[in-house]
Design a protein around this ligand. Structure first.
Ligand code: G6P
Length: 614
């Protein structure tokens, strides 16, 4: 959701900014831009679309910036104003001497704009950010102190922001600040880096300082000063990041998404290591910091999440209720935060997030914490803002996920929910030892079963290509796989732009069935178990309306051949674990349809991997 970078030091700045932005491209790719200190003025270069467009633009001007060692950069996910060059960051004041990049949303920008226009500010873009550039510039004109101008400006700004600011008067100074948006400073030798996220700085330094809300940092080539909103100097907490530079490679796959789908068996093995030793021993989950008596008496859980993580949460609800008999509410974070939620110190609140930075989920868990709830976070980023708020933290260890459409992080979240549910069931004594033994032994076989599916991916590819030219797609399931239907549909929507919807199959007859005809593919997630026969009947009803029926099943039932034009077979598995298996072909179907249609699989239009605005 926009990414910002900054650098002050002795190296050529443009390469550092571009490398940093490349690492942050998961946050948006509507436009990119950099500003670099020149001899007499700040030079700005921008381009619409992906970073590669900016790189080409910069090549043309390389003589202008070859000696420059100070600059800022931005990658945009458009919120205010179309994704074009005018709205691309960096933004400047009237004279172009003060330049800023911003991640977030300035909520009172209209009021600020009106006030600043009266003073003579000339706005060129439709962005909220430009108001901040003019505001800081006006204050700077009086104070001639860049840090003080930023500090006073933040008193007038409402909303969320991470800002990095430079001024052509200040050839040895960069100022950065944040509120409700991520920002950290990388500390090198006679050089400093500013970035929205660790991967942008890790190739250069492992020493870094996370900024807290409302803190302002001033960087010169050989010093760093940190102050609070009142101007009081603060001690600097520089830590060593537990990160290694990762070369992001597709390893021979055409897209990161396909590579990440293939990583899933190992991801599951990774999540299980140290937690599930054998089918006979209890789950070890030291990450859960609630004491066992509290857990024994716990009778209410809320789970909050967005997007794919919300679908993992829905399956989490199903298994926690089934295994532990605890009532679980789930809600999209964006809904949770704007109503009177009944949450208290007796409620366990679980936040689920791949990135650990999603603004809505972060706000939701902060609200729950303020009401005294124990907050447990399941995330792929143990260094994220959510992780820092957590009372208990379960890192899912899926590794960096590059593709915007989440795959391996979803599977890792699901496995974490299984571990948590079994762990709680063992403490609460709500499952028989036979059921525990069976589920744990079968969990250990899941990676192998996924490998089996992946080895037959060519048949799934054929099926996907057969339906690729459809305008709509319906996924149906019942019970524990209803969220799988939602996630299958979401994957297809995200990367192919086909209008796909997931329904609980029993609901088809209450409206959606009206849409069925010979052009509509309907995919039934028909896993053996409690709802198999019911779903079969619902599939018959759809077939009777001439829909193009597809089955995803672990059943060998011969009669399915009359009902379905395509049958995707998956290895047998007990119903309660079937979401782990059923999701894999759905990821592949979405992938192969999007690939066949020539879509930008890893960076689908209008999306960003980390959404740090509400
Ligand atoms: C964005 C991404 C989705 C993701 C959602 C929640 O919309 O495009 O893929 O599921 O955010 O992200 P989180 O990091 O909180 O899981």
């Amino acid at each position: 959701m926009c990414g910002i970078v900054g650098y002050i030091g002795t190296r050529q700045v443009v390469d550092i900014l571009l490398n940093g932005l490349e690492q942050l491209e998961y946050r948006g790719y509507d436009s990119a831009g950099v500003a670099v200190m020149g001899e007499n003025k700040i030079n700005i270069y921008k381009a619409e679309g992906k970073l590669e467009n900016l790189s080409s633009e910069l090549l043309i001007h390389k003589d202008e910036y070859k000696n420059s060692t100070l600059g800022i950069g931005h990658i945009r996910w458009a919120t205010h104003g179309a994704p074009n060059v005018i709205n691309a960051h960096p933004h400047t004041c009237n004279c172009g001497r003060l330049v800023i990049v911003h991640n977030g949303i300035i909520e009172n920008y209209k009021e600020l704009k009106a006030e600043l226009e009266k003073k003579g500010a000339k706005f060129r873009s439709q962005t909220d950010t430009e108001a901040v550039a003019h505001l800081i510039a006006y204050i700077y004109n009086d104070t001639k102190d860049l840090t003080e101008a930023v500090r006073l400006a933040t008193k007038k700004i409402e909303g969320a922001y991470a800002l990095c600011v430079m001024h052509s008067d200040k050839k040895d100074e960069l100022v950065a600040t944040k509120r409700n948006a991520p920002l950290l400073v990388g500390v090198g030798d006679d050089e400093y880096f500013v970035a929205s996220d660790v991967p942008a700085i890790i190739p250069y330094t492992k020493r870094a300082m996370y900024l807290n809300d409302n803190q302002i940092v001033t960087l010169t080539r050989n010093d760093m000063t940190l102050i609070d909103a009142e101007g009081k100097e603060l001690p600097k907490k520089v830590e060593t990041l537990p990160w290694e530079p990762v070369a992001l490679s597709k390893m021979g796959y055409k897209h990161f998404m396909l590579k990440e789908i293939h990583e899933q068996p190992d991801v599951i093995r990774n999540v299980l290591v140290g937690k599930l030793h054998s089918a006979q021993t209890p789950i070890k989950l030291d990450e859960v910091k609630l004491n066992k008596d509290t857990l024994k008496n716990l009778n209410r859980i809320q789970i909050i999440a967005c997007g794919t993580s919300l679908h993992a949460a829905m399956i989490g609800k199903y298994i926690i209720e089934d295994f532990c008999g605890i009532s679980v509410d789930i809600e999209a974070s964006s809904e949770y935060i704007y109503r009177k939620t009944v949450t208290d110190e007796h409620t366990l609140v679980i936040g689920v997030s791949q990135s650990g930075e999603t603004a809505d989920t972060l706000t939701a868990i902060k609200q729950a914490k303020a009401k005294g709830s124990h907050v447990l976070i399941i995330t792929n980023r143990p260094d994220s803002a959510m992780a820092r708020e957590a009372d208990s933290l379960i890192p899912v260890n899926a590794g960096i996920e590059v593709s915007v459409a989440a795959t391996k992080s979803y599977i890792a979240q699901l496995v974490s929910f299984y571990l948590l549910a079994i762990y709680m069931a063992e403490i609460k004594n709500t499952m028989s030892s036979k059921a525990l033994y069976e589920i744990k032994s079968e969990m250990m076989l899941v990676p192998q079963k996924i490998e089996q599916i992946l080895s037959h991916k060519e048949t799934i590819k054929q099926c996907a290509q057969h339906y690729a030219n459809t305008k709509d797609f319906i996924y149906v399931a019942r019970g524990i796989n209803y969220p799988t239907a939602l996630e299958g549909a979401l994957k297809l929507k995200e990367i192919s732009y086909i209008n796909a919807t997931g329904y609980p199959a029993g609901e088809l007859k209450h409206g959606p069935i009206a849409m069925l005809d010979e052009s509509m593919p309907v995919l039934s997630i028909l896993m053996k178990g409690s709802v198999y026969e019911k779903l079969l009947s619902n599939s018959e009803e759809a077939k009777a309306r001439n829909a193009r029926m597809i089955a995803l099943t672990n059943s060998k039932d011969e009669k399915l051949k009359d009902l379905f034009e395509y049958i995707i077979e998956v290895p047998d598995i007990q119903e309660l674990l079937s979401p782990l298996i059923a999701m894999i072909p759905l990821q592949l179907i979405a992938y192969y349809i999007a690939e066949y249609l020539g879509k930008d699989v890893d960076q689908p239009r209008n999306l960003a991997k980390s959404v740090t605005v509400e």
